[in-house]
Every structure is written in C-alpha cells, then in structure tokens.
Design a protein around this ligand. Structure first.
Ligand SMILES: Cc1ncc(COP(=O)(O)O)c(C=O)c1O
Length: 378
C-alpha cells in the first residue's frame, strides 16, 4: 500500500501541475499511460483481439465490484452514468408507483433522465437545495408509499456536499421503494460497501476519482432485484448468451448484465482497469482521511482569505471538494491554468477537488494564486 507521496509519484504530470480537478477528470497515472500503449500493442499483435479486449472489460467489472464490495454479476458495464440511470428508470412501473424522488443537488444529466420519465407516468418530486445542502428531514419526508424510485447522490457535483444517503435508504426500505445512488462524485476517495449501505442501484463512471477515461461507467444492481418492466435499451451484451445470435428472441438474464446493450468502449475499459488498478495501491480509509485533511485545510484557508466557499463548513457534510463562488469562474480558472493549476469551473462556482495524490503544497498554491488574482482585480 502506498503513502500519499508514493501514490503521487505514480502521476508524473504532478511534478509540474497542481491537479485539483478530479471532480471533472482524474490525473494521468503512469499505469494509464502504459494501458493506452498496451491497447495499441494488442491491435498491432492480433489485429482483431476481441478475446483479449472482452477480458479487459471483465477485469474492469471485477475491479469495480471489488471496490464497492459487490459480486461481479451485480455490475453492468454501461457507457455513461446517464445511460445507467436510463436503464434503471426504464424498468420501473410508474402506473403502480408514480413518484420519483430526486434533488436540486442531483447531477443535471441524471435529473434529465428522471424528468424524461414524465410521459411514461412518473411524478418527479424534488428535494430543495437550501444554502448548498439538502436537509435529511426533508429528503426522508419526500419518501412515501407512492415512490417507484428514490434517487440520492452520494456527494453533489456542485459543491461536494454529502447527501443523507443512509437516512434515505432506511426510509425507502420502510416503504418498499428502490434506491438509486449516484456515487460518481465520491467513489475512489469515499469508501463504499454496497451490501452494507443497502442501496438497490449505484452508478459511477471511470474518469473522475476512479482515475480512468470517459466512455465507460458501472451500474451496480442488487442481486435478486426483480424489474417490474424489462429494460428498454437492450442488445446482444444484454442477453443471457450474447453469442446465441437469435434475432427473433430476447433472453434477458437475471444478473446485472441485463442492463447492457452493445459493444463496450474498449479503450475506456483499458483506462478503467488502469485507474482501478492504481487505486488499489491506496488504502481506502487513509485516502478518505488524507482527503478530509486537505479539504479542511483548503476550506479554512479560503475563509481566512475572505473567500466564500459554497461548500458546507461542517466537515461531516463535506466531501472531496470545496467550491467557491465567483462571478466569472472561467476567468479565474484560466488565471489558475496559466500557473498550471487545474480546476473545474461550473456555473457561478469554481470547484477545487482533492485526491490522494494531492498534498498541502497544492492547497497552499491554489489559495495563494486565488489571492493574487483577487488583488490584481481590486
Ligand atoms: C455526479 C455525477 N453524475 C453523473 C455525471 C454525468 O455522467 P455521464 O456523463 O457519464 O452520464 C456526472 C458528470 O460530471 C456527475 O458528476
């Protein structure tokens, strides 16, 4: 297991770059660079190396299942988190239980998938954001016997706030409603064991804190969950036997692969395996504590410097990100980028996110650079 300093050395670009954008795209590891070369090598050697490539997809599935404490057959490989959300929505019977609970703090693409269920009969109920936070009481109160699906992000993309996932799952169980957790903004730095958490579905893509590439995401589906309606999007990879080649028959399996469709993105599978492999070198509890220490330092220094973080002051509510308000976050991000500090502007916020490869120098450097920017603007 690697210390933060040893882990950092696996990311050569961090010698001259402060990477505070893991909420957008994780940094490039030596393992990911090597995996992309290996992808070319497989083509050069074998021309059409499908056996090798499908093994890579299965390795990605297994590594993801290990990361969240699931079994391999509880994980579907999907192209995006939104596609995973769509598959889940498509299997609900909105006539029987019309309410779909979500929140303003949901990533919009997932919320859009939920809203698009309205013509199919879903009644989408939003839990309000209040000063960057969703209240546990309001979330729990939104869940009742009419719920066909309850969606709750682990951590919000907007400001890194943690959502009351455990409370929402407990309440949903009381009323028999399945729960969908979007863990994209936490997984990789927040330990999750799905069988303990008790959610029915969990989704995350590979490119952010999981240190892979765009084009692949994973959908955990609790074993034994029965779909009221079969998935709308299907294809050969979603069949019990993808190689049955029977165009007249759909044969949906009971395991999570029923949510898969066509050929997976092979370069992204190489990327996912690389990211998940390098992540296994980092001890989960220490990653969480290291990141918590850095976000606390960053939050405190920004407040001391007169910034207005839009992330919670309460460390218990804070995930791996600190967001600050700014009228022109793109301009601020460009100023920082000129100094090789990579950040992620969104709307009226500049998002600064931390991983195990970040250190206190990174935090101090960004606070100093923001200070200079403000001073020059005065
Ligand atoms: C929490 C969260 N969910 C979903 C998404 C979108 O994922 P995809 O583009 O894979 O659908 C993002 C992307 O930033 C995100 O942060």
């Amino acid at each position: 297991m690697l210390t933060p300093a040893a882990f950092r050395r696996r990311f050569p670009a961090l010698q001259d770059t402060v990477h505070l954008a893991s909420c957008s795209q994780g940094a490039l590891s030596d393992t990911l660079s090597a995996a992309l070369v290996e992808l070319q090598h497989t083509m050069r050697q074998d021309g059409a190396p499908w056996g090798r490539w499908m093994a890579e997809v299965d390795t990605a599935r297994r590594l993801f299942a290990d990361l969240i404490g699931a079994d391999e057959d509880e994980v579907a490989v999907v192209p995006t988190a939104s596609a995973g959300a769509f598959q889940v929505a498509s299997t609900q019977d909105w006539a029987a239980r019309p309410t779909l609970v979500t929140t303003d703090l949901e990533f919009p693409s997932v919320a859009h998938v939920w809203l698009a269920q309205r013509p199919r009969g879903a009644d989408v109920r939003f839990v309000d954001e209040r000063e960057g936070v969703a209240s546990p009481e309001e979330y729990v109160a939104a869940v009742d016997e009419t719920c066909g699906l309850v969606s709750v992000p682990l951590v919000s993309y907007r400001n890194g706030v943690r959502l009351p996932v455990r409370e929402v799952i407990a309440r949903s169980r009381e009323v028999g409603a399945p729960v969908f957790v979007d863990a994209y903004q936490g997984l990789g730095v927040e330990p999750v064991v799905v069988h303990e958490l008790g959610c029915d579905y969990l989704v995350a893509g590979a490119l952010k804190y999981l240190l892979g590439l765009p084009g692949i995401a994973f959908l955990y589906v609790r074993r034994g969950l029965v779909d009221p309606v079969p998935p709308s999007a299907t294809g050969w990879f979603g069949q019990a036997d993808p190689f049955a080649f029977d165009p007249r028959r759909i044969d949906v399996p009971t395991h999570a692969r029923r949510f898969e469709s066509g050929t997976p993105a092979i370069p992204s599978a190489f990327g996912a395996v690389a990211g998940l492999t390098v992540l296994r070198e980092a001890p989960a509890a220490e990653v969480r504590d290291h990141v918590a220490g850095l976000t606390a330092r960053l939050h405190e220094q920004l407040v001391d410097d007169g910034e207005k973080p839009w992330s919670p002051a309460d460390p218990a509510l804070r995930g791996p990100q600190v967001a600050i308000r700014d009228d022109r976050p793109d301009a601020l991000a460009a100023h920082l980028a000129e100094r090789r500090i990579v950040t992620s502007p969104r709307g009226d916020l500049l998002r600064l996110s931390l991983h195990y490869y970040n250190d206190t120098d990174d935090v101090d450097a960004v606070v100093r650079a923001i200070h200079e920017y403000r001073k020059a603007a005065r």
